[in-house]
Design a protein around this ligand. Structure first.
Ligand code: PMP
Length: 390
């Protein structure tokens, strides 16, 4: 009976959730979790496994080996028991790969962004952030206690203006290199020039660029010739091209040392699980040995863009903008019913009126798969053209 009373009270306090849910339902913005089955026959155009490495035997062996040597968990925070020699090797290998002086691994890309941004800003400093930055950078701004200016998407002039008009001594400019919703690129060279001119640090999130852009997948910073620049800090996830979990901050040794002392998501979070470290190391070594996977991703993205009539892609991300969230959801459902798993992005992940299918290319899509993809997408999208309101 006590339990019942306790349950009833909790229900009452949360009754506002019913209204919120009704509003979401009416706006076509409710989300549903759909667990995948192990033997799921769907063709994957939704995941971030860009290089097709998530079941690669060497990657699985790397995870297993680390699991056997270190056990199932990191056992503590990085500064206590959560740093193994494998963590440090991964950090060195990733830094060497992108041409940075050093690296620091976090439990996720989200944590890497929160940790790097908050430790490199703070009260009395300025952050200028691109309007298209990933949610983790947006949240990092909110946590930072810095003054935050959101610059219009890829608008370098606005960034320069915000930097030049500032009264704060310290400034940090944030951008994704490949933007996650549209797959477009940041004007990194121009941003870096403006940062140099105004003594600002440039933080670049390369989550969608590692394994996709740059020589052998070294990222867009490398591609534009800025690898190793001391005033650039790169963040990345290990969960996309590197087929694992975790995140990393890559930059100068001075930045790394500061993050070890000051990044709260590094200090207070449990270290990355050894199996994830082992998988990421193995995936990186496959990527280095098989750079043809990198060219294959962009090739598959171009084919997807041709099928859907989308703009020439700059990354693995191919957006098919449908506008209305219900239309986008219906199209994604129709694809699924025909055996194709596509992403469906609706607000707040993307601006209102730009709900979309989000296709992600994978290096391992073969000709057979591509022709099945073509027939499914053509059918679903032509249906949509007929059904969509004028
Ligand atoms: N940055 C970008 C641009 C991302 O797309 C993501 C993940 N989707 C993250 C950061 C967060 O990385 P993680 O999933 O490893 O937390």
């Amino acid at each position: 009976m006590g339990t019942e009373r306790a349950g009833g009270a909790a229900c009452d306090a949360l009754s506002w959730l019913d209204d919120v849910e009704r509003e979401r339902q009416a706006a076509g913005l409710r989300r549903e979790l759909r667990p995948r089955g192990v033997a799921d026959p769907l063709i994957d155009l939704a995941s971030n496994d860009y290089l097709g490495l998530v079941r690669h035997p060497r990657v699985l062996a790397g995870a297993m080996d680390a699991l056997n040597r270190w056990g199932s968990g990191a056992t503590g925070s990085r500064l206590v028991t959560g740093t193994t020699s494998d963590h440090e090797m991964l950090e060195r290998e990733l830094a060497e790969f992108v041409g940075a002086e050093s690296g620091l691994v976090f439990a996720s890309g989200y944590a890497a962004n929160l940790g790097a941004v908050t430790a490199l800003s703070g009260r009395g400093s300025l952050i200028v952030s691109d309007a298209g930055c990933h949610a983790s950078l947006v949240d990092a701004c909110r946590l930072s206690r810095a003054r935050v200016v959101v610059a219009p998407h890829t608008d370098v002039e606005s960034v320069a203006r915000a930097l030049s008009e500032r009264t704060e001594e310290r400034a940090l400019v944030l951008t994704d290199s490949v933007f996650s919703a549209d797959g477009d690129l940041a004007p990194l060279l121009e941003l870096h020039r403006v940062c140099r001119e105004h003594r600002a640090v440039l933080l670049v999130d390369e989550a969608h660029a590692i394994g996709v852009r740059g020589r052998g997948g070294r990222g867009l910073v490398e591609e534009v010739g800025l690898a190793g620049a001391p005033d650039i800090v790169v963040t990345a996830t290990l969960s996309k091209s590197l087929a694992s979990q975790g995140g990393v901050v890559l930059g100068s040794a001075k930045v790394r040392a500061h993050l070890v002392d000051a990044a709260r998501t590094f200090i207070f979070d449990t270290g990355l699980a050894p199996a994830a470290v082992g998988a990421a190391r193995a995936a990186l070594s496959v990527l280095i040995r098989e750079p043809e996977r990198v060219t294959a991703v962009l090739d598959r993205a171009r084919k997807l863009a041709r099928i859907t009539g989308s703009d020439e892609p700059s990354s693995a991300v191919v957006p098919v903008i449908l506008g209305d969230p219900d239309v986008a959801l219906a199209a994604a459902t129709a694809c699924r019913e025909r055996g194709l798993h596509v992403g469906c992005f609706r607000p707040p992940s993307v601006p209102y009126g730009t709900s979309r299918l989000r296709l992600t290319a994978r290096a391992t899509i073969d000709a057979d798969e591509m022709s099945r993809i073509e027939s499914i997408l053509s059918e679903v999208l032509s249906d949509r053209m007929v059904a969509a309101p004028a």
